[in-house]
Design a protein around this ligand. Structure first.
Ligand code: NAP
Length: 288
C-alpha cells in the first residue's frame, strides 16, 4: 500500500457488523492488479449513524460504498438518484458519489441473474420457492419476476410479517400477485419444495460458523430435476447444498453472485472492468 497518496480514491463497505466480509480483499487485490490508485475499507456503522456517515462521505471525498446488512433499505432515503432496478427492488447495495450527488444502485440483481442465467430455459415460467424475506430475498424476487417470468413464488420465512410485507410490496410495485407466504418450519413446506423447479436459500441459515444448520433438514425436499441456489458462499458447500447434491439436484453457491455484484460496483466507481475469472479463482482457493 506504499502507493497511497493525496490522489488515492477511497471506496468501502458500510454495515453492522462488518467483520468477515471478503469485499475488501476482492477490491484491494483488483486495484493492485490493475494499478488503480484506490483503497477499499470496511466501515462499521450503526443504523442511527447512517445519515452522519453519509455526510462524512462527501466531506472526506469518498468515491463510493457497498452497503450491507442492515442498511440496504434505509439508505435509499439519502440518495439523490436511484436506479430503476434499485427502486424496484427497494434496496441499494452500491453508492456512487458524483461531486456530492449520491447515486444508488443494486448490483446484487446482476449477481443473481448471472448465477441463474445458465438455467434460464428451465427456470422461466416455473414455480419457485424462495426461503428468506430480507434484502437479498428482495433482489432474488425482483430478478425472478422481471427476468425469468416466474409463474408462482412460494415465499418461506421465519417471521411472517416480513414475508407478508414483501408480498404486498411486489404486488404494489410490479403488479405481481403470485407470491404465497409460508412459515419456515411448516409441515406443508416439503410439498412446496418438491413441486418447485428452483429453490433459493436467501437466509443466513448455514453460514459459517453455523455450518450444520439448513433451512430444511429433509433431503426429500430435493430431486434431480431441480436447481438449488444458496446465496451463501462461506462455506462454499452449505448443508442445504449438500442435501440437494445427495438427491442429484443441480446446485449453485453464492460465490459467483458475490464476485459479479462486486465487479459491477467496481465498474460503477472506477469505469474499469474487474477480472471476474481471476478473482473468482482466488476466492475459491481461499474458501476451499
Ligand atoms: P437480512 O436482510 O438480514 O435477512 C436475513 C434473512 O435470514 C431473513 O429472512 C431472516 O428471517 C433469515 N434468518 C436469519 N437467521 C435466521 C434463523 N436463525 N432462522 C431462521 N431464519 C433466519 O440479510 P440479507 O442481506 O437478506 O442476506 C441473507 C443471506 O444472503 C446472507 O447469508 C448473506 O450472506 C447472503 N447474501 C449473499 C450475497 C452474495 O453476493 N452471494 C449477497 C447478499 C446476501 P427473519 O425475517 O425471520 O429474521
Amino acid at each position: 500500500m506504499s502507493r497511497i497518496d493525496h490522489t488515492t480514491k477511497i471506496v468501502g463497505v458500510i454495515g453492522h457488523p462488518i467483520k468477515h466480509s471478503l469485499s475488501p480483499q476482492m477490491h484491494n487485490q483488483t486495484f493492485e492488479l490493475q494499478n488503480l490508485n484506490y483503497v477499499y475499507l470496511p466501515f462499521d456503522v450503526l443504523s442511527n449513524q447512517l445519515k452522519e456517515a453519509l455526510k462524512a462521505m462527501s466531506i472526506l471525498g469518498v468515491r463510493g460504498l457497498n452497503v450491507t446488512i442492515p442498511h440496504k433499505e434505509k439508505i435509499m432515503q439519502y440518495m439523490d438518484h436511484i436506479s430503476e432496478e434499485a427502486a424496484s427492488v427497494g434496496a441499494v447495495n452500491t453508492v456512487v458519489n458524483e461531486e456530492n450527488n449520491y447515486f444508488g444502485y443494486n448490483t446484487d440483481v446482476n449477481g443473481i441473474i448471472e448465477s441463474l442465467n445458465p438455467y434460464k430455459e428451465e427456470i422461466t415460467k416455473s414455480t419457485v420457492s424462495v426461503i428468506g424475506a430480507g434484502g437479498a430475498a428482495r433482489a432474488v424476487i425482483y430478478a425472478l419476476i422481471r427476468y425469468f417470468k416466474i409463474e408462482r413464488i412460494n415465499l418461506i420465512n421465519r417471521t411472517e410479517e416480513r414475508s407478508e410485507s414483501l408480498k404486498d410490496y411486489f404486488k404494489g410495485k410490479m403488479h405481481y400477485d403470485q407470491i404465497f407466504t409460508y412459515e419456515l418450519m411448516a409441515k406443508e413446506n416439503l410439498e412446496l419444495y418438491q413441486s418447485s423447479k428452483l429453490i433459493v436459500n436467501a437466509t443466513s441459515i448455514g453460514m459459517a460458523p453455523n455450518i450444520d444448520d439448513s433451512p430444511t433438514d429433509l433431503k426429500e425436499s430435493f430431486n434431480s430435476s431441480q436447481i438449488v441456489f444458496d446465496l451463501i458462499y462461506n462455506p462454499l458447500k452449505t448443508k442445504f447444498i449438500k442435501l440437494a447434491e445427495q438427491q442429484n439436484a443441480t446446485v449453485i453457491n453464492g460465490l459467483k453472485m458475490f464476485v459479479v455484484q462486486g465487479a459491477k460496483s467496481f465498474e460503477l466507481w472506477t469505469g474499469e472492468k474487474m477480472d471476474i475469472d481471476f478473482i473468482y479463482s482466488e476466492l475459491i482457493k481461499q474458501l476451499s
